[in-house]
Design a protein around this ligand. Structure first.
Ligand code: BES
Ligand code: ZN
Length: 390
């Protein structure tokens, strides 16, 4: 399906979001070519479609990966980490407790207010590039106090960079070297008109972005030194069909990086619908298209580290960036703010704003993330677990 000019004009006229200044922004942004052909993979198979068709797929709720640039992701993978095992008991609750006490809802709020104030974070737009620069500088400022930590941008064919912050493990460079990843996506998108309309993306996925950023800050400020390598990833272009994360995992697969766990958090802040339904506030653990054993460990970590329970839910095929890790042969898991049916109804619009979110709920996700990182940082992935501090 293509957009005719009359559709474009009608949508613009009908929508109060459009203004003369935004129009000029549209004409100068690197923007959206509705007729460009892309290869997409849905649960049903692969097909060539236009960028406009991709928008239609999203609007219809059909999840897809845009595999144009990484058609053979996983096909030629030399590593298959999917037989990995995980801790069945938590060994670091005493060490993590003081770190949990350092989680700051004020820091998350301050960061999210800035991050969601970019007009949009559309990956093809200049503002999407600007927001990734802000995030890069913010992550670097946190890492700055620790000379071991590296922060690097991962460049793409569009303005918005993916970002990787790496805390090398003691095991780095040895046969025991393993990598544990925490991820979120940094881009946002207005489904009516990606290049033209605003998309504050406070929940999707500004919330996941600041949740893992806060976890990173608390760990770095504690002087954390893991055995396994820990990486924080902020993916570009998730909304375009998992483009940034596919590029990263294609590269990791090519370099034979031994990723034993990837936890994606996409939307961590909205609880209103859960509470209105009279249900208890809980972390949504996604159980479809995920690694079962890693997901079991995530449940154990929620029970041991968060102050609220979990609820099992599903999100569908290629719902977020964990699907790119899985396709590359890496175990991945996914948690969201609630049961799927209670998630934020305002995403992909101008209404995805900070005032609708709970920073206390984001803090629960941060607690889980601290527990996940700490437990896996010292887990011996190649033989029975031996805590480094024991
Ligand atoms: N954050 C959403 C996915 C989501 C929706 C998670 C509701 C939890 C609750 C994500 O950014 C998204 O929009 N994904 C696309 C698929 C993508 C591959 C194009 C989707 O779900 O349509
Ligand atoms: Zn999202």
């Amino acid at each position: 399906m293509r957009f005719s000019l009359s559709t474009i004009v009608a949508v613009a006229a009908l929508t109060s979001q459009a203004s003369a200044s935004l129009m000029s922004q549209y004409s100068t942004s690197s923007s959206f070519n509705p007729t460009e052909l892309r290869l997409v993979q849905t649960e049903a198979g692969t097909e060539w479609v236009t960028e406009a068709d991709k928008l239609e797929l999203k609007r219809a709720g059909t999840n897809f990966m845009d595999i144009t640039d990484h058609e053979d992701l996983g096909v030629t993978a030399l590593l298959d980490m999917t037989n990995t095992t995980y801790p069945t008991e938590l060994l670091f609750q005493d060490e993590v407790a003081p770190l949990i006490g350092n989680i700051s809802t004020a820091a998350m709020k301050m960061n999210l207010e800035i991050f969601s104030s970019f007009f949009n974070r559309f990956y093809k737009a200049k503002t999407g590039g600007d927001s990734s620069m802000w995030l890069f500088n913010t992550v670097k400022a946190i890492a700055g106090v620790n000379p071991n930590v590296t922060v690097f941008p991962f460049h793409h064919a569009w303005p918005q960079k993916s970002l990787v912050a790496k805390i090398p493990g003691i095991n780095a460079g040895t046969a025991l070297d393993r990598t544990v990843i925490v991820g979120a996506h940094q881009d946002s998108m207005n489904l009516l008109f990606p290049s033209l309309f605003g998309a504050p993306g406070a929940d999707d996925d500004g919330s996941g972005t600041v949740t893992i950023l806060e976890t990173f800050r608390v760990l770095i400020e504690s002087g954390f030194q893991p055995n396994n390598t820990i990486e924080f990833h902020w993916y570009s272009a998730e909304e375009g069909g998992l483009l940034g994360s596919q590029a990263i995992f294609a590269e990791y697969s090519k370099r034979q990086i031994a990723v034993t766990a990837m936890l994606q958090q996409d939307m961590t802040g909205y609880v209103a619908k859960t509470l209105e339904a009279g249900e208890p506030e809980a972390i949504g653990v996604v159980t479809d298209f995920v690694h079962p054993a890693l997901t079991e460990f995530i449940k154990t970590a929620i029970t041991g580290y968060a102050s609220i329970p979990y609820v099992e839910t599903s999100c569908g095929y290629a719902c977020s960036d964990h699907a790119s890790a899985a396709k590359a042969g890496y175990p991945s898991a996914f948690v969201i703010e609630s049961a799927f049916e209670n998630t934020n109804p305002f995403i992909h619009s101008v209404k995805d704003t900070v005032d609708r979110l709970s920073f206390e709920h984001m803090a629960e996700h941060a607690k889980l993330t601290l527990g996940y990182v700490y437990e896996l940082a010292y887990y011996n992935f190649t033989s029975p677990p031996v805590p480094a501090s024991a």
